[in-house]
Design a binder for this molecule. Structure first.
Ligand code: G3P
Ligand code: CA
Length: 268
């Protein structure tokens, strides 16, 4: 762990469509991942939360207000928390019109529906347990859905899936339940603390404004739980200058709402 080596840094970073191609289609919907696929992007990112009756759904905020018409359909149910609505109620929501009338009728996918769509599109996934502290046991439940949809088959685990969270406890839980899955911790731990994270996390995925060339090198100098060099996927990089900056640092992945802009910026 002394020599500074990079893992994928000699290659171009992977480009990951954040919540799907979310600059061009409503985030975390089929439309957003289909759009990423149409644009030629294999890697997408999502956010997973739990309904009142225990269904896992794809949603970033812990309320439904910003990205659906919940306020219109259920005016008396403020603050419209995901955890206060049943799956059947959420299935009625329009998750596209807020973005553009062109996307009216997009739904909030269940995790199962979403995984099947990612499979159908031959895509790969950076899967995020969002606010897992609100949903005890969500890791075990999420892994069960992944298993049933074929996402814990060897080939998928090896090359198509990363599970990440801002919660170190959640990442540890995933690593403990399924040590074969590649994991990511969201944040920018102090360099001195990185070895602790490297015990359960294969990636340290930091906001792009928080990283330096030296920080990326410090990550690459360590090995993760699978004895491979630790990686960094940085987010959310939506302009060419930032993409070139982090690519120059040798990051392994760039998570972006505008994958086309990033691809163009980092191409030779
Ligand atoms: O994948 C990284 C990024 O998604 C983390 O932030 O708030 O967009 O989920 P957020
Ligand atoms: Ca996310």
């Amino acid at each position: 762990q002394t020599s500074v080596q990079t893992s994928a840094s000699h290659d171009r970073p992977l480009v990951v469509a954040h919540r799907g191609a979310s600059a061009y289609a409503p985030e975390n919907t089929f439309a957003a991942i289909d759009k990423a696929a149409d644009m030629g992007f294999r890697w997408v990112e999502n956010d997973v939360q739990r309904t009142k009756d225990g269904e896992l759904v794809i949603m970033h905020d812990d309320t439904l207000k910003r990205t659906t018409n919940v306020e219109q359909l259920f005016p008396d149910r403020a603050p419209w928390k995901v955890a206060d609505f049943t799956a059947a109620e959420i299935a009625r929501l329009d998750a596209g019109s807020w973005f553009s009338p062109k996307y009216a009728g997009q739904r909030v996918p269940t995790l199962k529906q979403y995984m099947n769509r990612v499979s159908h599109n031959h895509q790969k996934l950076v899967f995020e347990f969002k606010k897992p502290e609100l949903y005890p046991g969500i890791e075990k439940q999420g892994l069960a859905v992944l298993r049933k949809t074929g996402w814990l088959d060897r080939h998928h685990v090896k090359s198509k899936l990363v599970i990440q969270s801002f919660s170190a406890d959640s990442v540890k839980t995933v690593h403990k339940l399924r040590p074969d899955i590649k994991t990511g911790f969201l944040g920018t731990p102090a360099v001195a603390d990185l070895p602790e994270y490297a015990k359960f996390s294969d990636q340290i995925n930091s906001p792009h404004g928080s990283i330096t060339r030296e920080y990326v090198a410090a990550i690459h100098a360590l090995k993760g739980p699978h004895r491979k060099h630790l990686e960094i996927f940085t987010w959310t990089v939506n302009d060419a200058a930032a993409a070139q900056r982090v690519a120059g640092f040798g990051v392994d992945g760039i998570i972006t709402n505008t994958p086309d802009v990033v691809r163009e910026a980092i191409s030779d």
